[in-house]
Design a binder for this molecule. Structure first.
Ligand code: A3P
Length: 292
């Protein structure tokens, strides 16, 4: 099916497209369960990677058939996504039969359905340094037909700096969730760079946050299975059957590196970005690494 590229518009102060606002009432009224696990991210910060780690931690041993039969985006539904002729993200989440339900969202913290807070659900927020994040987002928008036209790199970077991206400003997103973490203890705030640096350590941290007593052997196995090359070769995790993605333009699992921004930013773009970054991040204790 053809998916026309949508327009971006302001929605309660955040740039979005209709694919994420069409089902708004149902998203806002979504009934969470106390054992739901939410994977929250700004787009392109490692959502699929973290979703897959969580799915393996919870279900590989009890439901091994999932591994070869259900693509990751079906195991972990995208809460606010609403596409014509398809069940909405809330419907998909509502009909999950496994427990806990693992649910993906890109919503900024102020838009999270209140039921998740009321039920004190565990939330894994994964984030990524702004420079690699925008590069990854640019290549994604080139291949994802349900995203607005990306334009060229320099105009995309300009829009990113202005927060005119689907799901709004990266700065507001990462800082909003960071602030929430200071008062809501069930958020595990993690970094893409840490995952690249030491996946095994991050899996252990996740287990400890989630209260899982996964064996060392199983954790080692998961570490191998979530390696970039393995996920890229795995039809259940490389999104190759997603018909809105144009794989002739780019790859979903594209590079998976820290520091690819250096291949995209000009010296001037980098200096201007650093200047803006300093201003935008001056009131937060949140720190990122742009290389490891
Ligand atoms: P790049 O475009 O820089 O390669 P999301 O799932 O939030 O859309 O994020 C996608 C980004 O995460 C892509 O970044 C993708 O390659 C990267 N990624 C996904 N799985 C990965 C893995 N196992 N190891 C490293 N990077 C991974």
């Amino acid at each position: 099916m053809d998916h026309p590229r949508p327009e971006l518009f302001e929605f309660h102060g955040v740039s979005l497209t209709h694919y994420f606002t069409d089902n708004w009432e149902n998203v806002q009224n979504f009934k969470a369960r106390p054992d739901d696990i939410v994977v929250a991210t700004y787009p392109k910060a490692g959502t699929t990677w973290v979703s897959y780690i969580l799915d393996l931690l919870y279900f590989r041993q009890t439901h091994p058939e999932r591994e070869t039969t259900i693509p990751i985006y079906k195991r972990v539904p995208f809460l606010e996504l609403s596409m014509p002729l398809e069940p909405s993200g809330t419907d998909k989440a509502g009909t999950l039969t496994t427990s806990p339900r693992i649910i993906k969202t890109h919503l900024p913290v102020q838009f999270i359905p209140k039921s998740f807070w009321e039920q004190n659900c565990k939330i894994v927020y994964c984030t990524r340094n702004a420079k690699d994040n925008v590069v990854s987002y640019f290549h994604f928008d080139r291949m994802e037909n349900i995203q607005p036209e990306p334009g060229d790199w320099s105009s995309f970077l300009k829009r990113f700096k202005e927060g005119k991206m689907v799901f709004g400003s990266w700065f507001d997103h990462v800082c909003g969730w960071w602030e929430k973490k200071q008062t809501y203890s069930n958020i595990h705030y993690m970094f893409f760079e840490d995952l690249v640096e030491d996946t095994g350590r991050e899996i252990k941290r996740l287990c400890s946050f989630l209260g899982l007593s996964t064996s060392e052997e199983e954790k080692e196995k998961i570490k191998g299975d979530v390696h970039f090359d393995v996920m890229k070769a795995n039809r259940m995790t490389n999104l190759s059957d997603d018909d809105t993605l144009d794989f002739s333009v780019s790859q979903f699992l594209r590079k998976g590196k820290v520091g690819d921004w250096k291949n995209h930013f000009t010296v001037a773009q980098n200096e201007q970005f650093d200047e803006l970054y300093k201003q935008k991040m001056k009131n937060t204790s949140l720190q990122f690494r742009t290389e490891i």
